[in-house]
Write a protein that binds this ligand. Structure first.
Ligand SMILES: Cc1cc2nc3c(=O)[nH]c(=O)nc-3n(C[C@H](O)[C@H](O)[C@H](O)COP(=O)(O)O)c2cc1C
Length: 365
């Protein structure tokens, strides 16, 4: 199993959903970096369960305990270890799932891979809970990026077919991202909130769940981050984004819509404006040749409907070696998307910081 990411801003994630806790060790935080625990708590709060009607009823404080690497609010330059206790587990809900595998979840694949030794309680290491440590790391990364003038934000582009207004890709501003930053249900057009929430309520009352899409942007990104081929911004971002449970598609710029366009519609013309070089449009989402081109970075991440639903579903019973019907009890998110927005922002922050730290061939580091 691989529990680590990065060569410069190095992450190692650990824990299970119903064990004593979850956490992360981060290596590579420059000595003297301010670690603002109050600010970190605000990002953690956006992801924490039990806060919003669209989320699971499992209420967790997600309070971060920093065990090493920080003194008087400043990074020491040594590994930073963060621990988050699990305080509200109902492991009994998972008893019958030990041998009756949830369709769409990792139960069957994980059971076979680990020979039945995996921890199935609450999804174990496969749980969306493991994204809390990622938000901790993302909070530190985005504070380092802010000091370099780079801002990150996202909104809920779609939930179960109900759509928000997309970002204007060429004109996303720091102010717009700041407005979205600490919003529990981030939207560009707040008038769609009631319809989106109603869509989630309908799914829940039908003992079902819904998926959706998060659109994430970064502004103030200088030209030149990333490399051609293996270290491209797209490949590093995607590798981390697809590590997040339930992420099933990642797009940049016009993404899958490129298939309907002609070159003349897809290219971003270059021009001088106020003696600065810019693109007049941003179909490529701020990345060309794997490298940032100075335009806002735009990505869309599709999240599948929560697999654990209470409707009867067909599955197998490994003990009885028969087909069976499963009705899942326990507490689950009827829609993962609102809680995942800050996770995807964290993926963006970690990607950009990792690539900036990697770059010894340009002026960026
Ligand atoms: C923030 C977050 C919360 C999640 N909550 C749940 C949940 O309550 N119930 C569930 O079955 N899956 C939940 N998931 C998704 C599962 O962890 C995921 O679907 C499962 O591990 C299978 O992985 P895959 O969907 O990437 O194939 C959540 C994911 C995230 C990111």
């Amino acid at each position: 199993m691989r529990g680590n990411f990065g060569e410069h801003f190095k992450l190692s994630i650990f824990g299970e959903s119903h064990g004593p806790g979850i956490g992360i060790v981060i290596d590579g935080i420059p000595a003297g970096t301010p670690i603002d625990e109050r600010k970190i708590a605000r990002y953690m709060e956006r992801r924490a369960p039990g806060r919003d009607p669209t989320a699971t009823a499992r209420k967790e404080a997600d309070r971060v305990e920093i065990l090493s690497g920080v003194l008087d609010g400043l990074a020491c330059g040594t590994p930073v270890c963060c621990f988050i206790r699990n305080t509200n587990t109902h492991s009994g809900d998972y008893k019958e799932l030990e041998k009756r595998m949830r369709p769409g979840h990792a139960d069957y694949a994980g059971y076979i891979k680990y020979d039945g030794f995996n921890d199935p309680r609450g999804g174990g290491h496969f749980s969306g809970r493991l994204t809390a440590p990622l938000v901790f790391a993302g909070s530190i990364a985005r504070s380092i990026l802010k000091a370099k003038g780079i801002w990150i934000g996202s909104h809920i582009l779609e939930v179960g077919g109900v759509r928000d207004t997309p970002f204007n890709a060429a004109e996303v501003s720091q102010e717009q991202l700041e407005q979205l930053e600490f919003t529990a249900f981030p939207l560009i057009d707040p008038s769609v909130e009631a319809v989106m929430r109603a869509r989630v309520d309908t799914a829940r009352s039908e003992l079902d769940s819904v998926g959706g899409c998060i659109e994430c942007a970064a502004v103030g990104v200088p030209v030149g981050i990333g490399s051609p081929f293996f270290g491209s911004v797209e490949s590093v971002f995607s590798s981390l984004a697809f590590s997040v449970p339930a992420v099933k598609a990642v797009e940049f710029g016009d993404g899958t819509r490129f298939s309907d366009l002609q070159g003349s519609q897809a290219n971003d013309p270059l021009a001088y404006r106020n003696r600065q070089i810019t693109c007049l449009t941003n179909h490529n989402g701020g990345i060309t040749g794997g490298i940032t081109n100075g335009m806002p970075l735009i990505t869309r991440v599709t999240i599948k409907p929560t697999p654990s639903i209470s409707r009867p579903q067909s599955t197998i019973d490994l003990d009885a070696e028969t087909d069976t019907t499963l009705e899942i009890k326990g507490r689950h998110d009827p829609c993962i998307v609102p809680r995942a927005a800050v996770v995807i922002e964290s993926v963006m922050a970690i990607t950009l910081l990792e690539l900036i730290m990697d770059d010894r061939t340009t002026h960026l580091n």
